[in-house]
Design a protein around this ligand. Structure first.
Ligand SMILES: NC(=O)C1=CN([C@@H]2O[C@H](COP(=O)(O)OP(=O)(O)OC[C@H]3O[C@@H](n4cnc5c(N)ncnc54)[C@H](OP(=O)(O)O)[C@@H]3O)[C@@H](O)[C@H]2O)C=CC1
Ligand SMILES: O=C(O)C1=N[C@H](C(=O)O)C[C@H](O)C1
Length: 243
């Protein structure tokens, strides 16, 4: 486990230890030597660290032939391309990058993409604890990309928005043409709403992670499957039995 003392890492350690078919062989956090993972004979590394740390961690894992299941956020296309390059020199090694491991969030993203072409307007609001390093969240970024792709495929018109003046930032971030708004509020864990609207009606799709144990079943799914999925996989969807 990389990030073993972190908020999610600590939950993952407990889940791995509690599962009958997985064993926690090494717990590494900031300041520890990552080589401990290889020395302990880890077959799979789980990374919940920091966007600034994760690429170095993954280069180490790939170079040492260790599969990786990654929850850490901060992956843009350039980073994914870099991983593909490293993986090309490491046949058989699998890396799973999942912006969100909770089943509810995965379904929320799917439902949002499914609904997006049927509405004139779609915006994303993500709400998290204030110690979160990145904004917008990885989940919100991925949701916006999926919404944009679904609308492109359907030939949807641009979203209506007459804003021409105001304070910068008031309309949120533009992710692939979809507005994403980030709230950081003490007491929250991880929440997201997708608001869709058309003439005379709105639809709101909301997901709430109320506890970080919501992420651990998905992480275990990834840990069990990654050795059979060489190369780079983005999103846990392909590991689950959902159409
Ligand atoms: N995909 C998903 O389902 C989810 C993803 N996340 C993402 O996971 C990441 C971690 O989140 P969270 O647990 O809340 O964050 P935390 O800050 O609570 O935990 C991260 C831990 O990683 C440690 N760390 C930092 N750098 C390294 C390194 N190079 N090697 C080993 N450990 C390191 C930190 O140490 P220190 O504090 O000393 O720096 C800290 O203990 C974030 O990117 C977050 O967005 C979170 C929830 C779900
Ligand atoms: O930092 C968090 O807490 C979370 N990070 C992930 C993200 O950025 O999407 C997943 C979840 O939202 C919790």
């Amino acid at each position: 486990m990389l990030g073993a003392r972190g908020k999610v890492g600590a939950e993952v350690c407990r889940a791995v230890e509690a599962a009958p078919d997985t064993e926690l062989v090494a717990s590494v956090d900031a300041g520890d030597d990552i080589a401990a993972l290889v020395e302990a004979g880890a077959g799979v590394v789980v990374d919940f660290t920091h966007p600034d740390a994760v690429m170095d961690n993954l280069r180490f894992c790939i170079e040492h032939g260790v599969h990786a299941v990654v929850g850490t956020t901060g992956f843009d296309q350039a980073r994914l391309d870099q991983l593909e390059t490293w993986l090309a020199d490491a046949p058989g090694v699998g890396v799973l990058i999942a912006p969100n491991f909770s089943i509810g969030a995965i379904l929320m993203m799917r439902f949002a993409a499914q609904a997006a072409p049927f509405f004139d307007s779609v915006e994303v609001v993500e709400l998290h604890h204030p110690s979160k390093a990145d904004a917008p969240s990885g989940t919100a970024g991925r949701t916006a990309e999926l919404i944009a792709a679904a609308r492109r495929e359907a030939g949807s018109a641009p979203m209506p928005d007459a804003t021409s003046t105001g304070i910068e930032g008031a309309r949120g971030a533009d992710v692939d043409g979809v507005r994403v708004h980030s709230l950081r509020v003490r007491g929250l864990v991880a929440h997201q709403e997708v608001l869709l609207g058309t003439a005379g009606e709105t639809l709101t799709i909301r997901h709430d992670s109320l506890d970080r144990i919501s992420f651990t079943p998905g992480v275990l799914v990834g840990v069990r499957a990654i050795a059979d999925r060489p190369g780079l996989t983005v999103g846990l969807d392909g590991f689950l039995d959902i159409e």
